[in-house]
Design a protein around this ligand. Structure first.
Ligand code: ATP
Ligand code: MG
Length: 200
């Protein structure tokens, strides 16, 4: 492939890049829909699909990965936060689980409970680097660490210690696809082809 052909391929992929955003139940209940959507619009990215839905647990179970790596990561993130507070977690005694994977599964169940606790807004967004730009606007997973100017940093304060002792997921307002593969899978799961409407 010539250099020009490579550039044209990248150009085409950039023009076609799409990502999925879900405004979680806490965003809807707190009346933050407009505020959050405005930030995506302001960025210059284009909204090509948008709807309020009450997702089934089954759909959410398909949405969140079940791979060992992903589930263990959920568990490990919590342990990392505990370590920052100089607390050594005893998985068996504290959470009645045998390993990090089982802890992750527990967190995943809380996450499903949270995500089907009310209506959510599903949004398809298109534009160059849509995945990365949306993640940047959203901020980091833990709201108290998410910088000011990000959606999570500006509008949420939740902390995993508080969330996990209350046996619930971290309320961080938004889901956004983590990478292009996730985006493709998730858009396919949440939107029918004819629900995505492109325009100039
Ligand atoms: P999302 O996938 O929702 O955009 P994310 O990619 O920033 O968020 P993930 O690591 O994929 O974060 O975790 C998915 C969701 O699980 C988080 O958004 C949060 O709501 C919840 N979560 C993550 N870690 C924990 C934890 N230790 N305790 C409770 N909930 C958690
Ligand atoms: Mg994620």
């Amino acid at each position: 492939m010539s250099k020009m052909e490579k550039l044209e391929k990248i150009y085409k992929n950039l023009k076609e890049e799409k990502t999925l955003v879900l405004l979680k139940p806490d965003a809807v209940k707190r009346g933050l829909i407009g505020e959050i959507i405005k930030r995506f619009e302001n960025s210059g990215l284009k909204i090509i699909g948008l709807q309020m839905v009450k997702p089934t647990r089954n759909l959410l179970d398909k949405h969140y990965p079940k791979t060992k790596e992903w589930v263990e990561n959920l568990g490990n993130n919590f342990i990392k936060t505990c370590e920052e507070y100089k607390i050594k977690v005893d998985l068996k005694k504290d959470f009645n689980v045998n390993n990090v994977y089982e802890l992750g599964l527990k967190v995943r169940e809380w996450l499903l409970d949270y995500m089907c606790s009310g209506p959510i807004i599903k949004i398809a967004i298109k534009g160059p680097n849509a995945v990365e730009i949306v993640r940047k606007l959203v901020g980091t997973t833990l709201p108290f660490k998410s910088p000011p100017g990000t959606i999570r940093g500006d509008f949420s304060i939740d902390n995993p210690i508080i969330a996990n002792l209350e046996k619930r997921a971290i309320q961080n307002l938004i889901h956004a696809s983590g990478n292009k593969e996730e985006a493709k899978y998730e858009l396919n799961l949440w939107f029918k082809k004819n629900e995505l409407i492109d325009y100039n």
